[in-house]
Every structure is written in structure tokens, then in C-alpha cells.
Design a protein around this ligand. Structure first.
Ligand SMILES: Nc1ncnc2c1ncn2[C@@H]1O[C@H](COP(=O)(O)OP(=O)(O)OP(=O)(O)O)[C@@H](O)[C@H]1O
Length: 222
């Protein structure tokens, strides 16, 4: 599903944030990405989203070199990827329903289809009963679940998360990871950048470890 072939990413013409990075993630796999702050985790995820382009090497997603995508193809490409951030980036003047509906409204999906999909996504994260609430009325863990519902409302084949449990206590973090595992179990490819080594060790999924932009470990834990 994802293949990095000797990828390097240089910022500002001199700083190598990523270097000689090669790995494959198969369709349906769940993989953690770890490493110290500044190791290059977010840069790697941004390359997969095609928010950044590699300075060298190739990034293939579903068999395609995504550097070759025409700008007109990017919206369709990104629609296949759900993204969850640490600070879930909800719109605070919109209800939970409308936050989750946003990606579908941007696509111009008919309201009836939008409603069906939004409710299915909210149901998956256990928040159907809160659809009329505003984000401010929800706890941090619930807000993150809304962020996940919004990320999966387009039924992406690939789900990326950048420190999705960064602000949550251990129990809520474990609950959020269980949600990601649920999507993995129905066939979604999942890649999660996280600092939470204790949680990662407990969950026993493949883990890629970066240090100074290089892949220093690739461990199967199943
Ligand atoms: N747009 C940019 N321009 C210049 N340097 C950048 C840019 N984005 C990231 N960097 C640098 O590249 C390196 C890797 O950053 P990145 O955000 O990928 O690391 P990270 O592992 O995600 O860190 P953290 O865990 O702190 O989020 C860092 O030294 C960072 O300062």
C-alpha cells in the first residue's frame, strides 16, 4: 500500500529531515511510527499525504509514484486518506454533525448520503447521541473521536494519525487506539506516529523507529 524507495527529504536546501528511507507497508497492515522529537515522523506522514514532495527517491502509494500526480488529481488522491491530528482541528462554531460532514460537503455529496455517512461514522466512534453538541461541550477524548469520525467519513483505504493520543490520559489513549484497531480489522491500512512507547509495546503491531531521519528499527511484534 505504501512503499518508500530510498527517500530523502531536505528542507531549506541543507537540512536532511529524512535520508535513505526504504520500507513497505502492505494493504491492511497496522504500523506504528516512533522516534524522538524531530526524528522525521511528521515529515514522513506529510510525504504520504503529498503535502511535501521527496527531495530524492520515490514514494509509492497503491502502486503509484505519487510525485507524478497532476495537481488536478490531488483532491481525489487525498480523499482516499483519512488523517487524524493531535489537536483534532475541529471547527468550534459548528456542531459535531457538521464537523464530520465537512469533507463530504466539500465533495458536494447529496445531503441524504451525507447524513447516512456522517451517522455511520459517529456511530463507529460511539458519539451518535452527541451529533447536535458543539465541540466545546465534549471532553478531550470525545473531541478526538470526532476527529477520527471526520477522518473516516470518506471511507479511506489509508488512515494516518500524527500523535493522536498526545493530550489524553492512558485510559483514553488506549480507547482511541482500540478504535484504530477496529478500522485495521475491517481492512483499512493504518499508520500512527506516536511517542507513547508503553502503549505501543502493549498493542503489539509492527513498529518503525526513526532516528535523525533514518530508519533504525523495523520490528514485528505480533
Ligand atoms: N517545513 C519545514 N522546514 C524546515 N524544517 C522542517 C520543516 N518541517 C520539519 N522540519 C525539520 O525536520 C525535522 C523533522 O521534523 P518532523 O516534524 O518530521 O519530526 P517529528 O519526528 O514529527 O517530530 P515531533 O515528534 O516533535 O513532531 C525537524 O528537525 C524539523 O525541525
Amino acid at each position: 500500500m505504501i512503499e518508500f524507495d530510498n527517500v530523502g527529504k531536505r528542507y531549506g536546501g541543507r537540512f536532511d529531515a529524512l535520508a535513505h528511507l526504504s520500507f513497505r507497508v502492505d494493504r491492511g497492515e497496522m504500523v506504528f511510527l516512533t522516534g524522538h522529537s524531530g526524528a522525521g515522523k511528521s515529515s514522513l506522514l506529510r510525504l504520504v499525504m503529498r503535502l511535501e514532495r521527496p527531495s530524492r527517491g520515490r514514494v509509492l502509494v497503491a502502486g503509484h509514484d505519487i510525485d507524478r500526480l497532476h495537481p488536478s488529481q490531488l483532491p481525489f488522491y487525498r480523499r482516499q486518506i483519512g488523517v487524524v491530528f493531535q489537536d483534532h482541528q475541529l471547527l468550534f462554531d459548528r456542531s459535531i454533525y457538521h464537523n464530520v460532514a465537512l469533507p463530504l460537503e466539500i465533495r458536494g455529496l447529496p445531503p441524504r448520503d451525507t447524513a447516512r455517512r456522517v451517522r455511520a461514522a459517529l456511530d463507529k466512534v460511539g458519539l451518535l447521541h452527541r451529533e447536535k453538541a458543539l465541540p466545546i461541550e465534549l471532553s478531550g477524548g470525545e473531541q478526538q473521536r470526532v476527529g477520527i469520525a471526520r477522518a473516516v467519513v470518506n471511507k479511506p483505504s489509508l488512515l494516518l494519525a500524527d500523535e493522536p493520543t498526545g493530550n489524553l490520559d492512558p485510559q483514553l489513549s488506549a480507547d482511541i487506539m482500540t478504535l484504530f484497531e477496529d478500522f485495521h480489522h475491517i481492512g483499512t491500512t493504518v499508520m500512527i506516529a506516536s511517542h507513547d512507547l508503553a502503549l505501543i509495546a502493549r498493542l503489539r503491531h509492527r513498529t518503525l523507529r526513526l532516528r535523525d531521519g533514518r530508519l533504525v528499527a523495523d520490528e514485528e511484534r505480533a
